[in-house]
Design a protein around this ligand. Structure first.
Ligand SMILES: [Zn+2]
Length: 318
């Protein structure tokens, strides 16, 4: 354990097919946070097309691979200024578009809520009587969410004792790619939703132009070694069916993030000067703007960087 000797790693199977028939498609390092010396492999399941990290760090290494400087912990108004404002507005619009037809007293659960960024937007812009709750594994961020007056459960959704058949809507935004068992998480959410309830999942898309260009190792979506499972529309459809859901919609949405990090990682790997690398971070308004425009065009062709899937728990038991 630790940064000098490499992380404790474990071999895993495809979480959808439960086999290990897979080929290496990309190799790379932790280009963003440099939390270990390891070179990691992304493999593709030959049955369903899922891309997954194999071997991957053991759960005991989470504290190392998510350092205190990790950006999900530090997306603040103060540090991100203009980007924060634009992202907040865009995200609020996206979230609310998924909240039409909810009852006045809708119960909404954000799985992997972090410091409560999305819950905060729902509280600010959503229905007055909505009951908003979140789940996250990290006490650092749940404390921050609780301080902001949000109800947050500390733990993993499949182990918490939350009420079954209770929630109208769940969100899982840029979370499923981080979890140990995506199938167990979706099954747990299925149990918590009312019949007819929905879960909206947002995750990196491996059927995208940025993946095709950078998949050999520098692709931002690998986020080595923190993204353990990466989906395309077909593998996600299989996972949804395996866990008892029906697909209500599946589309790609625009995001500059994987583009920015793909260029960033390429520059880091080629030892480019720091000033140039720093032009390609989430704080760089120029590169975010340029790649948002590019992904806007690609998204029109269904090749956007990010998948947004809405799943419904069937009204009648399957
Ligand atoms: Zn598979």
């Amino acid at each position: 354990m630790g940064t000098d000797t490499g992380l404790d790693l474990t071999f895993v199977q495809c979480c959808i097919c439960k086999t290990d028939s897979a080929l290496v498609v990309g190799k790379g390092k932790d280009f963003e946070y440099h939390t270990s010396i390891d070179t990691f492999s992304a493999v593709q399941c030959s049955l369903c097309g899922l891309i997954y990290l194999n071997p991957r760090p053991t759960v005991s290494e989470l504290k190392i691979i998510y350092p205190d400087t990790y950006h999900a912990f530090n997306f603040s108004k103060k540090d991100f200024g203009f980007v924060y404002k634009v992202r907040s507005r865009l995200e609020a619009r996206r979230l609310l578009s998924k909240c039409s037809n909810l009852p006045d007293d809708a119960k909404i659960l954000d799985v992997g809520c972090g410091d409560g960024f999305h819950l905060g937007l729902l509280k600010e812009f959503g229905g007055e009587s909505w009951i908003l709750e979140g789940v996250d594994i990290d006490s650092k961020v749940t404390e921050r969410a609780a301080n902001a007056g949000l109800k947050v459960h500390l733990g993993v959704v499949e182990e918490l004792d939350l009420p079954p058949n209770y929630y109208d809507l769940a969100f899982m935004i840029m979370t499923i790619e981080h979890v140990e068992k995506p199938d167990a998480v979706l099954k747990a959410i299925h149990k918590l939703l009312i019949p007819g309830g929905r879960v909206v999942i947002v995750t990196d898309n491996t059927d995208s132009t940025d993946f095709k260009l950078f998949k050999k190792g520098h692709w931002g979506g690998y986020h080595f070694p923190r993204h353990w499972n990466l989906f395309n529309p077909s593998s996600f459809t299989k996972l949804a069916k395996n866990t008892g859901f029906e697909i209500e919609s599946l589309r790609t949405i625009i995001s500059p993030v994987n583009w920015v990090y793909s260029i960033h990682n390429t520059l880091v790997d080629y030892n480019a000067p720091k000033w140039l690398i720093n032009r390609f971070t989430l704080k760089s308004t120029l590169s975010l703007t340029v790649f948002t425009a590019l992904d806007f065009i690609l998204q029109k062709f269904g090749n956007g960087s990010i998948l947004q899937v809405t799943l419904q728990k069937p009204l009648k038991k399957l």
